[in-house]
Design a protein around this ligand. Structure first.
Ligand code: HEC
Ligand code: HEC
Length: 358
């Protein structure tokens, strides 16, 4: 071989190595960090009323991040004894809520709050019944170490995921590092949660898309109560069916749970709880922060004649009505029928939201 050819060969070998070294790969693996960005597709009316989905600048949605978050949401290794995932208490068929009054921790301990559904939370500015966390990322830190939920430590979760056969590559592909830590875990879970949007109910079809056949006669009568005599829309309002505020709807004269008063340490907030969305409400029994009402009949009975007007910090939208809106039995039935029109069967059957590793 002539010196010239040897020279050319070594140049190309050098270039080859150079290219390999610059390629975004992790050491000897053929992992690639080149995430595909995702925009969640929303019906036109949602864009009109709410604008684009708010996404934090430090956690953009990507295909890789969402798929990883979905896997983590369903992964029981997040709990101390490998028996419980987020989905144990947030079931897709219940709009990611728990049908039990109080969820059970891995040791069988019961909490004192009813679980909440997970839907359309990109637009929420506070998490939990008392609003003690601001973002989905912050929220997702809590259940893992909660002594009445997953009872784990983040160190244990991190080491389990690092020694898994697949997770290091999946984290690398989503975030450009296989150095798995709790912040990346909660970022991925939050990305998956932001894809959980529900806007395809008969109510949407009727109210926003103008399909007059989407509701029954009875449901249309119930709609008029919802927006009229029942004042429901004063708080469970607009496209999200919540105004995302914290209010006291008058459940108790004597508070056993002060709600938002606790994290804010402000007595003016005692008795205030997050106004929950009524989307998919027929699927998320039992109801209220403590799950006291087993069905919608009990809820409507409460708003009819069970409101406690002397409850501390009672909301101005219910205070003027004494014990309630005094519905007759026909009105109650109509209102319940209308609440059932918030059920979005495409949401609970969406295969993109189900367990990816059954
Ligand atoms: C043991 C049952 C249980 C487990 C496991 C659990 N949750 Fe929850 N979740 C709850 C309960 C109960 C609440 C309401 C607690 C409160 O307000 O004090 C809640 C509230 C939430 C909320 C707030 C929703 C809103 O509208 O403010 C989100 C989001 C959430 N959970 C996501 C998760 C994620 C993500 C995981 C897994 C990392 C998880 N949960 C694991 C029971 C559970
Ligand atoms: C003053 C504002 C306000 C008005 C008006 C109002 N609600 Fe509520 N609603 C709330 C709040 C706040 C909660 C949560 C209370 C709690 O758990 O402490 C709630 C809870 C609920 C729940 C339980 C949701 C769940 O996930 O557990 C249902 C169902 C409901 N309301 C339906 C209605 C209906 C129907 C009307 C009209 C008759 C109505 N609300 C009027 C504020 C309001």
């Amino acid at each position: 071989m002539s010196t010239k050819i040897k020279y050319l060969l070594s140049i190309s070998l050098f270039l080859g190595l150079f290219i390999v070294a610059c390629n975004p790969k992790d050491d000897d693996n053929d992992w690639v960090y080149n995430p595909t960005s995702v925009t969640v597709s929303l019906p036109a009316f949602v864009n009109t009323y709410l604008g684009a989905m708010p996404i934090p600048s430090d956690n953009p949605l990507t295909e890789e991040g969402i798929a990883l978050g979905r896997r983590l949401f369903y992964d029981k290794r997040l709990s101390n004894d490998n028996t419980m995932s987020c989905a144990t208490c947030h079931l897709q068929e219940h709009a990611f809520d728990d049908p039990r009054r109080f969820s059970e921790g891995t040791n069988g301990a019961l909490g004192n709050r009813n679980a909440m559904s997970i839907q359309n939370l990109s637009w929420a500015n506070a998490m939990f019944w008392d609003g003690r966390r601001e973002t989905l990322e912050q929220q997702a830190h809590d259940p893992v170490t909660n002594p009445i939920e997953m009872r784990n430590t983040w160190t244990t979760v991190e080491s389990r995921l690092r020694s898994d056969a697949n997770y290091p590559q999946l984290f690398y592909e989503a975030f450009g590092t296989a150095d798995i830590d709790s912040n990346l875990v909660v970022k991925a879970i939050a990305q998956f949660e932001r894809t959980l949007v529900s806007f395809h109910s008969p109510f949407d079809d009727y109210y926003f898309n103008g399909n007059t056949n989407a509701l029954t006669e009875q449901q249309i009568r119930g709609k008029d109560i919802y927006f009229g005599k029942g004042h429901c829309n004063d708080c469970h309002s607009d496209v999200l069916l919540t105004d995302n505020q914290f209010r006291n709807n008058g459940l108790d004269n004597v508070l056993t749970d002060i709600g938002m008063g606790k994290p804010t340490q402000n007595p003016d907030n005692n008795g205030k709880f997050k106004v929950p969305t009524l989307r998919n409400i027929a699927l998320t029994a039992p109801y209220m922060h403590d799950g006291r009402f087993p069905d919608l009949q009990a809820v409507v009975d409460f708003y009819s004649h069970g409101i406690q007007p002397n409850s501390p910090n009672i909301d101005e939208h219910v205070a003027p009505f004494g014990n309630g809106f005094a519905f007759n039995p026909g009105e109650k039935a109509d209102l319940i029928a209308f609440l059932q029109s918030f059920t979005d069967t495409s949401f609970i059957n969406n295969p993109n939201f189900s367990n990816p590793n059954p």
